[in-house]
Design a protein around this ligand. Structure first.
Ligand code: SF4
Length: 477
């Protein structure tokens, strides 16, 4: 598993909010992709309701996951490929290392893969003395900077042209320029040499199809096609849920993936891979391996409350509309997945208590569900996670997050069911608030333990006449 720093959510969120470069980038991102995606759904011949159909397709696939994965594995093996089912992140990493060692691999070129971030593949390969080069431009930039992705699709969104220019001067030794095509050319030149020298390529899997026995990768830069065809060995890493049964269903998911990810009708390159190069073919690897990764997904599958999360195709549309992600950025989430998808899936994969701030930090505004290419009800699952945090849950080994909060709510529940005491309490509070600092009729500061409420805003004081008093008075009148 990669490094997990979900405990630093609040600290990192504050840092993100104070970062002016990030703030500008996030506004631009949400403006462009957030609105663009909604428009792209509207322009679909079937209209935005195609998302409902996609949801059905994904739910059906998740319900038959065992059968579909076996069919896929059998077809890939019949085509000369290897399939490995990895129960844990460590098992997946160990398998990749074993393949690399067996093939005397010195250099790996990587296509973008979030599941490789999840399992921490790069550090493991590097620790084994293998050079790893990210070939997606955004991933390459953050690899040079020694950072992690801050967005599923646009990993270097937190960097501006000036940052990238400085980085390329320092790491690639080029003359300083902030011209995007010139910077892209510099990266292209450096990467081309790596593609030619690499012994092994790795990629993620956008979706697999059981009927045809293929996996698909979609990209806009063509780098994945090179990483998967030029080296002698190709290892594809796939979350075990990324499969559909039939090709006609596959087509619907891919169309929505491209619209959700980048408001595109279709990505520039879509590669369909079902095994190693066949006799007579000019391109492709000698060895093809598919690593199907569980790493906590079976546990999600077993829970009817969260199974829907496995419908996710990591398109990132929910990030592009989320008001929380739009302020704090991706690094705050402390794991591979950020935004609303991260707020649900990270607690499920890494521990609900450990990642409690992620699901409590979202607003429940519902924008993520409206934007989701698979129409996943993320707000429902955020609430389910919060419920587990409030009451604890033995199955997920969740401790109630705050006993004091639990007690406070139980006290509140008792109070509002005892009208006389409640009204007396209101009277006392209304009298007591006279002692608090006020300005222009607003309370400036509440005392501990509720001082947080007035940390960044003023509060209306309690009315002199309560609603019940007014009700009684006007009814009499
Ligand atoms: S939850 Fe929906 S919008 Fe978000 S990444 Fe997954 S499929 Fe895309």
């Amino acid at each position: 598993m990669s490094d997990i720093s979900t405990e630093k959510y609040v600290e990192e969120a504050k840092r993100g909010i104070a970062n002016t470069v990030l703030q500008k980038a996030l506004v631009g991102l949400q403006d462009r992709f957030g609105r663009g995606t909604a428009e792209a759904y509207r322009r679909l011949p079937e209209g935005p309701d195609l998302r409902l159909k996609a949801h059905e397709i994904r739910e059906k696939a998740i319900a038959h996951l065992d059968v579909l994965l076996e069919i896929l594995a059998a077809k890939i093996r019949a085509s000369g490929g290897y399939v490995y089912f990895a129960e844990t992140a460590q098992a997946a990493v160990d398998y990749c290392l074993a393949v690399a060692r067996r093939n005397n691999v010195r250099l790996v070129v990587k296509g973008k893969s979030m599941v490789s971030e999840e399992i921490g593949l790069n550090p493991a390969l590097e620790a084994a003395g293998i050079e790893v080069v990210e070939t997606d431009l955004g991933e390459y930039i953050i690899q040079l900077a020694g950072e992690t992705p801050s967005h599923i699709i646009a990993p270097a969104i937190h960097k501006n042209r000036q940052d990238i220019a400085d980085l390329f001067v320092q790491k690639l030794g080029i003359r300083r320029t902030t011209d995007p095509p010139a910077l892209t050319q510099a990266a292209r030149k450096a990467l081309r040499e790596k593609f030619l020298a690499a012994d092994m390529g790795t990629s993620g899997v956008n979706m697999a199809c059981a009927e045809t026995g293929h996996i698909t990768t979609v990209s806009n830069e063509g780098n994945i096609r090179m990483a998967t065809t030029m080296p002698r060995v190709h290892v594809a890493l796939m979350g075990m849920e990324r499969i559909v049964a039939r090709l006609d269903e596959y087509e619907i998911i891919l169309r929505l993936l491209c619209r959700g990810a980048a408001a595109q009708t279709m990505g520039t390159y879509a590669s369909y891979i079902g095994g190693p190069r066949r006799p007579g073919e000019s391109d492709g690897p000698d060895e093809f391996h598919l690593v199907v990764i569980d790493n906590g997904r079976r546990r999600i599958l077993a829970d009817p409350q969260f199974r829907e999360m496995l419908c996710c195709i990591r398109c990132a549309a929910c990030l592009n509309v989320c008001p929380v992600y739009g302020k704090i950025g991706g690094h705050s989430y402390g794991f591979a997945y950020s935004g609303p998808v991260g707020a649900v899936v990270t607690p499920l994969l890494t521990g609900i208590n450990r990642a409690k701030d992620l699901c409590c930090g979202e607003t429940l505004c519902g924008a993520c569900k409206d934007a989701c290419s698979m129409n996943i009800d993320l707000p429902r699952m955020l609430l389910a996670l919060r419920e587990k945090l409030a009451y604890g849950d033995a199955d997920w080994q969740v401790e109630p997050a705050s006993r004091a909060e639990g007690l406070a709510y139980r006290g509140w529940s008792w109070l509002i069911r005892n009208r006389r005491i409640y009204e007396l309490g209101l009277k006392l509070a209304a009298a007591g608030q006279q002692l608090l600092p006020q300005k222009k009729g607003m309370l400036r500061r509440l005392p501990p333990p509720v001082q947080g409420w007035t940390q960044s805003r003023d509060l209306h004081p309690l009315a002199e006449e309560t609603f019940m008093e007014r009700w009684r008075r006007t009814r009499k009148g």
